[in-house]
Design a protein around this ligand. Structure first.
Ligand code: IPT
Length: 950
């Protein structure tokens, strides 16, 4: 019912006449490749029942033909009309029947055939949606699966001299039930038709592999009667790096010395050229790369992948799905220029040339099968109906075979929006049997039963974080669609990106979608782009097809500029008077860039552009760069990296990345800085200060001033406070969540240190015992002669309480506080909803005067809107804290408020704990009345703050 006489599935093989030709990898230049693209005779009918008998009887000359080009979707060249639906089917759901009103095209052409090699194959890269084919009047076979390759053996059908080929193509088929993608319903022959001259090698499959530190490839050869050995050569960058011969008809292992790995960042490609017979060569381009789950995380060459991707439909406003090579090339160049690293081929396999370019340019591809049954209800969807089982399996197998050799394809996707059922289970098994290496994706597999990771669409940031508690046994989460780019949009991309970058289990996503697919029409001399409902469709979904980051003609929208900035692989920060460059690439260092910079003051006046040659910056590392002039500048700093020479798709002289930073007023105290490190600590020392960072927890474990250590134990971010009487109803929830006992793990530390400054980025996870929630924290710490600057951001994850008593840092001191002087609200205490009797100013109090003493001890002593505090300690040391309006408090050590002080409370002499809080909950009257108003609560939302210790 689905296919007849098609050849067994295999890779999309091509033959060349010489080794040089094989290396050029352009099948269209090979004499063993005869294209049947071009002008065909065409007869367009409203239904297959109108097909004249002369066609079936091979009396082609009797028909009154029109003409059409192949490849083309016939609706795009004046035959029939396109229909746009999102998930509704434009025909009745009556499986397996096909309506009689079924636009059908008869195709016919003649071609000359000269004797070639021993075997001839007729290859169709895609016909929508079903076709039958005749050679010289004899029926050859049938196929469907619109975006899949079908091949037929025509060795015995051809004759030397003139030949005829005829095809019947229909828009609707039983296969259409599986092709309900959100796109235009189009028909015809939108992809290449080719006759291949073949020698006796049927298939070559190259699998990169890494064993015990060596890289190589497994080459699986499938032949028919081939005599061995077969000579091969391997080339890299046009140079032969290996020669040898394959001596058996199965899997041959080849080791590759000095391997150059493939990645989306550095797409190194090798070419394997096999001499199959005299003047017959085949070539496979391959990349050495590994794709694997490591602790459930999706990794490329051992490094965590972050998908900064787009969904891409294959569509051109002029040609529909019959995109030309040039259109595909221009589009991929544009995508690459926006630093997008991944493409999901929504929702079907693309034109083969697309994958060659992805290998070459460096994209991570989720290669999606041609299955979507969105318009069915879950109960009777094809995924659960045994009728469709074999076709699900067949489509999966055809996809994996066809694209097997492409390094860019790292994940197979079973399809889109088709619910879930046994047919997907069988399909996944069949795909893994052919390719056990790559990972499987399918969004409909909500329980991750056959797939390798969890995939959802348009999930809210809150829901992403709810699921993202740190747990190695939990499958990763990828948003196969998010950021709906319809019309003006999408927004909130930065907030998504922060979650992707800080939660290793959330590995990024794919914007819906790259391009608007309007159809270009010239009306009254004006170019317009039509969408659903503008072609007299009865069922349609309007402008839901105009939902891309770029317009139909490729014009970038503001949305794509925003996306490119948000995902930029290089970030910039200011560390006082210096610039920090953060190279987030996993595999490529930054070489050959010039930094351009200038400042912009509050009136918009810019300083002249300055340039600076950049030092090389290693992948995943930070680099401090001194910009001498910005010391007393105010306003903004504009920076950009300019390519000194062509860099991938970027031409020499073009802007690679850019940013604008806010200049902070900065006290410059230049003191020599020393850095040292041991297994558990990073230590930074200047003449006046020493900062020690605990590499296990990621916290500052000691801050010393003039040789005197101030901290009793490490600083830590905490949420608890001693119960306030009016917190009596909310406190039990906080206790249940173990809010007062957060343990800290360091996820990563990055550092750059120059002679007078160090800059450290620390990512941490804070977790309570027992319960399933956590906090992600990111600290940027700058240490220099003026002290230690801490800039932090945090995100709640998992099943966390919706509000907390406070959010901020505790600094457990060694010695008693004798005096506090501060600039902020005072002199008495204040809380967010109780601040009328305090006044901003400079104040000073003795340690014992700090907090009001309630009969029932409870949290007291908070000061709001504090900009600067000086604390004098009993051991004669002092500590200064500066910030912009924080909450400040001095409290006694109390293990019930911070479980981490348990081991300290019995010490003979203890200091106090300083708090520098970004949020504090108001007081309210809830013991008997109301909770604090919402605006005075400390909601468990993303938070941030900055302060300086000196
Ligand atoms: C989702 C589809 O997968 C995609 O093809 C597109 O239609 C998109 O929506 C909307 O533009 S499905 C939706 C029900 C989330």
């Amino acid at each position: 019912m689905f296919v007849e006489n098609i050849l067994p599935y295999r890779s999309r093989i091509n033959y060349y006449r010489s080794q040089e030709q094989a290396l050029r990898y352009d099948e269209t230049q090979s004499p063993w490749h005869k294209s049947l693209n071009g002008t065909w005779q065409f007869l367009f009918l409203n239904s297959p029942s109108e097909i004249p008998s002369a066609f079936y009887e091979g009396r082609y000359q009797e028909l009154s033909w029109q003409q059409i080009e192949v490849p083309a979707n016939w609706e795009m060249v004046g035959f029939g009309k396109p229909i746009y639906t999102n998930f509704n089917y434009p025909f009745p759901l009556n499986v397996p029947h096909v309506i009689d009103e079924n636009p059908t095209g008869l195709y016919y052409r003649e071609f000359t055939y000269e004797e070639g090699l021993g075997k001839q194959t007729l290859r169709f890269d895609g016909v929508e949606s079903v076709f039958e084919v005749w050679i010289n009047g004899r029926y050859l076979g049938k196929s469907q699966g619109s975006r899949l390759m079908s091949e037929f053996d025509i060795t015995r059908s051809l004759q030397v001299g003139e030949n005829q080929i005829a095809m019947k193509v229909s828009k609707w088929s039983v296969g259409s039930y599986l092709e309900d993608q959100d796109m235009w319903w189009l028909a015809g022959i939108p992809r290449d038709v080719t006759i291949l001259e073949e020698a006796d090698l049927f298939d070559v499959k190259v699998t990169p592999n890494q064993k015990k530190g060596t890289w190589g490839i497994d080459v699986a050869l499938t032949d028919i009667e081939q005599d061995y050995p077969l000579a091969y050569q391997i080339f890299f960058d046009g140079t032969e790096v290996l020669v040898g011969s394959f001596d058996r008809c199965s899997v041959n292992h080849v080791t590759i010395n000095q391997p150059k790995l493939w990645s989306d960042e550095v797409p190194n490609l090798y070419t394997l050229v096999i001499k199959v017979a005299d003047e017959v060569y085949t070539a496979v381009r391959f990349g050495l790369r590994s794709v694997a789950l490591i602790d459930n995380r999706i990794c490329l060459n051992g490094e965590l992948i972050l998908f900064n991707g787009v969904n891409r439909h294959e569509f051109s406003p002029e040609n529909g799905r019959a995109m030309t090579r040039n259109e595909i090339y221009q589009e991929l160049i544009a995508i690459k220029k926006f630093h997008i690293n991944a493409i999901r081929t929504s929702h079907y396999p693309d034109i083969p040339y697309f994958y060659d370019l992805c290998d070459e340019l460096g994209f991570l591809v989720i290669d999606e099968c041609d299955i979507e049954t969105h318009g069915f209800s879950e109960k009777d969807c094809p995924a659960v109906d045994p009728f469709w089982r074999s076709e699900f399996i067949r489509r999966g197998q055809r996809l994996v075979h066809r694209d097997f050799n492409h390094p860019s394809v790292i994940i197979w996707s079973l399809g889109n929006e088709s619910w879930f059922g046994d047919n997907f289970v069988a399909m996944a098994d069949a795909m893994r049997a052919i390719d056990p290496q790559r990972l499987l994706h399918y969004e409909g597999d909500r329980q991750v039963t056959v797939t390798d990771f969890y995939s959802t669409m348009y999930t809210s940031i809150d829901d992403l974080k709810k699921r993202a508690v740190q747990n190695k046994t939990q499958p990763s989460h990828v948003l196969c669609e998010y950021g709906h780019a319809m019309g003006n949009g999408p927004g909130s991309l930065l907030e998504y990106q922060e979650v992707f970058e800080n939660f290793p289990s959330v590995q990024g996503g794919f914007i819906w979608e790259w391009k608007d697919h309007g159809i270009k029409v010239i009306e009254d001399g004006q170019t317009i782009y039509k969408y659903g409902g503008q072609f007299e469709e009865t069922v349609h979904d309007g402008d839901f097809i105009i939902d891309g980051l770029v317009l139909p003609d490729g014009m970038p929208s503001p949305g794509v500029l925003e996306f490119a900035k948000v995902i930029q692989p290089i970030k910039f920060y200011l560390a006082g008077t210096q610039l920090v460059i953060d190279n987030r690439y996993k595999f490529r260092s930054l070489k050959n860039f010039t930094l351009h910079w200038q400042t912009v003051d509050e009136t918009g006046t810019t300083t002249p552009l300055q340039t600076l040659a950049l030092p090389d910056v290693e992948p995943q590392s930070l680099q401090l760069v001194t910009l001498p002039l910005i010391a007393d500048s105010q306003g903004y700093l504009n920076v950009s990296l300019i390519c000194n020479q062509a860099d991938g798709v970027f031409s020499a002289g073009s802007i690679f990345v850019q940013d604008q930073l806010v200049l902070q007023k900065f006290e410059t105290v230049t003191k020599t800085l020393q850095k040292s490190e041991n297994d558990s600590q990073l230590i930074f020392t200047t003449e006046d200060f020493e900062v020690v960072i605990n590499k296990q927890t990621g916290n500052i474990s000691q801050f010393s001033k003039e040789g005197q250590a101030l901290l009793q134990r490490e600083m830590n971010l905490s949420l608890g406070r001693k119960r306030i009487s009016n917190d009596m109803f909310v406190q039990p929830q906080w206790d249940k969540a173990y809010l007062n006992e957060l343990y800290s793990y360091c996820d990563s530390i990055q550092m750059t240190a120059e002679k007078d400054c160090a800059f450290v980025i620390i990512k941490q996870t804070l977790t309570p015992p027992v319960v399933g929630w956590s906090l992600k924290l990111q600290q940027k710490i700058q240490i220099d002669g003026s002290g230690c600057h801490i800039d932090y951001k945090g995100w709640f994850a998992g099943d966390y309480p919706s509000e907390v008593p406070r959010i901020g840092w505790e600094l457990p001191l060694k010695a008693q506080v004798t005096e506090v002087s501060w600039l902020g609200n005072g002199p008495g205490e204040s809380y967010p909803d109780s601040q009328q009797a305090v006044y901003f100013g400079n104040y000073q109090l003795k340690g014992e005067e700090w907090a009001f003493s309630y009969i029932v001890p409870q949290d007291a002593g908070n000061r709001t809107n504090v900009k600067e505090v000086k604390v004098a300690l009993k051991d004669q040391s002092t500590l200064k804290i500066e910030g912009s309006g924080f909450n400040f408090n001095v409290i006694p050590y109390d293990a019930t408020v911070n479980g981490r002080y348990k081991e300290l409370v019995n010490l003979p002499e203890l200091g106090q704990v300083l708090r520098v809080d970004t949020k504090v909950r108001g007081l309210g009257s809830n013991a008997c009345g109301q909770e604090p108003q919402e605006r005075y609560k400390a909601h468990s939302e993303d938070f941030k703050g900055t302060f300086k210790l000196s």
